[in-house]
Design a protein around this ligand. Structure first.
Ligand code: PGA
Length: 253
């Protein structure tokens, strides 16, 4: 089995202006010292990407955007294209976060278009999937996740050079303080990996990194990330605090 490199990504959502972002980067790099054998990613809001990219120029930390449009340029008021993200130093992009799906009309089809655009421009996508509470309670978890995966990865070629990451984020666990238990999360992660094996091949299933997201914090990250199919985390609330985010990174070994 491939040893998968853990990835810890902080999704700042609609928080942190330029000054806050730079303060975070200073404090976090002081706190963490070494990234070690992990990928550590922060996803500031669009307005902080450029200044954060400059601040991270000599650092091992990676910069992500929280969204990307599927066209490369044009009359799409309010949207940001992949080449612009590359221009400001982004190497990762979060796609299909449940908040985009819930509040901004994101569909499996638009997730797919964004994923193609990200790959075309060499950005590493973090594709988010996850079920609502009522879907879990009516035993529809896997139906929902499978539909989201099939939609997102339609006509996508998985290459070892730029392999998308998948983030499993049960919607009922996001920002609620309720975390999926390590066993609950592991069960879905294993099913996602099996799906990747069926949709692509065994080597891809072995290599793809699957992150857990939903109220991950220093007190639960070690146990979650130590599950066999959990390769890191996508962290919201706890990623706004440099000490907490650093503690989560250190727990990923
Ligand atoms: P949370 O958010 O850690 O605040 O639950 C996770 C996410 O939405 O990516």
């Amino acid at each position: 089995m491939t040893k998968r490199r853990p990835c810890i990504a902080g999704n700042w959502k609609m928080n942190m202006n330029v000054a806050d972002s730079l303060k975070f980067i200073t404090e976090f790099t002081h706190e963490l010292k070494a990234v070690g054998d992990r990928d550590v990613v922060i996803a500031p809001p669009f307005t902080s990407l450029y200044s954060s990219g400059v601040a991270l120029a000599d650092s091992e930390l990676k910069l992500a955007s929280q969204n990307v449009h599927w066209e490369d340029s044009g009359a799409f008021t309010g949207e940001i294209a992949a080449p612009f993200l590359v221009d400001v130093g982004c190497t990762y992009v979060i796609i299909g976060h449940s908040e985009r799906r819930q509040y901004f009309g994101e569909t499996d089809e638009t997730v797919n278009k964004r994923l193609h655009a990200a790959l075309r421009h060499g950005l590493t996508p973090i594709v988010c999937v996850g079920e609502l509470l009522e879907e879990r309670e009516s035993n529809k978890t896997w139906d929902v996740i499978e539909r989201q995966l099939k939609g997102a990865f339609a006509n996508v070629t998985m290459s070892a050079d730029n392999m998308p990451l998948i983030a499993y984020e049960p919607v009922w666990a996001i920002g609620t303080g309720k975390t999926a238990s390590p066993a609950q999360a592991q069960e879905v992660h294993a099913m996602i990996r099996e799906w990747v094996g069926r949709a692509f091949d065994a080597a891809t299933a072995d290599a793809v990194r699957i992150l857990y997201g939903g109220s991950m914090k220093p007190s639960n990250s070690r146990e979650l990330i130590s599950q066999p199919d959990i390769d890191g985390g996508l962290i919201g609330g706890a990623a706004l605090n440099p000490e907490h985010f650093a503690a989560i990174v250190r727990s990923a070994v």
